[in-house]
Design a protein around this ligand. Sequence first.
Ligand code: UDP
Length: 253
Amino acid sequence: MPLIIKDEYPEKLFREDGKRLDGRELNELRPIKMEVGVIKSADGSAYLEWGNNKVFAAVYGPREVHPHHLAKPDRGILRVFYRMATYSVFDRKRPAPGRREKEISMIVSDCLEPILFLELYPGTSFEIFIEVVDADGGTRCASTTVAALALADAGIPMKSLVSAIAVGKIDGKQVVDLSGIEDKAGDADLPIAITWYNEEISLLQFDGEMDLDEMTKFLDIAKDALSKIHQMQLVSLKSKYITLKEGEGEKKR
Ligand code: UDP
């Protein structure tokens, strides 16, 4: 596969028929597939394919905190470890976690912490390990979405799920769910996450240029896309239990 470097980005991000380079309409999501209970050694787990992104999340907890000095006497702690595999992108990624992975681990944790009842678990930790094995733009949103599913699969009490999506601007037009090339060669990128129990935004990052009116429109189109993702999360959680009830599949955990 070719190495994608900045100079080789396409001049236009729309085809002659007005569709995006991957054939999508402006407000069309990439194909999304979700499954829970995919890792038998974890307390809860989930797998997400989102376009060319492939992401696993494994949850452990509540359990003893290591190292012990991180434990808090009055509440549990949430630790998130986002990792992008060396082979997940065209240009080999350094195996050691870099600043970007630490930043994404932190923002995913910030998105998920409000939905947990950490005050009920003093002295313990919940850990979420996120492994991106194939990356093509929007992995922080995919990671947040799949990590919320893995928490639910672990049976951990939660106020609601969290869903995330990146909206943005390419060649001057507003689009949802930026692919890797749209993220890199586009004009603006706005990852957003929502906590459903209070419908509050728990992540809002921004890279690029836009005015306030555009920002308001972005939030509207993001909300529509986020609702679709939320529905898919609920269906994937329910489908595990329907399968088990009907005895059609082996128990996965
Ligand atoms: N990417 C890459 N090498 C890296 C980091 C990222 O090729 O070391 C690609 C990857 O496809 C990623 C995209 O760039 O999804 C956009 O990265 P960004 O940091 O904007 O985060 P993301 O959009 O994945 O949340």
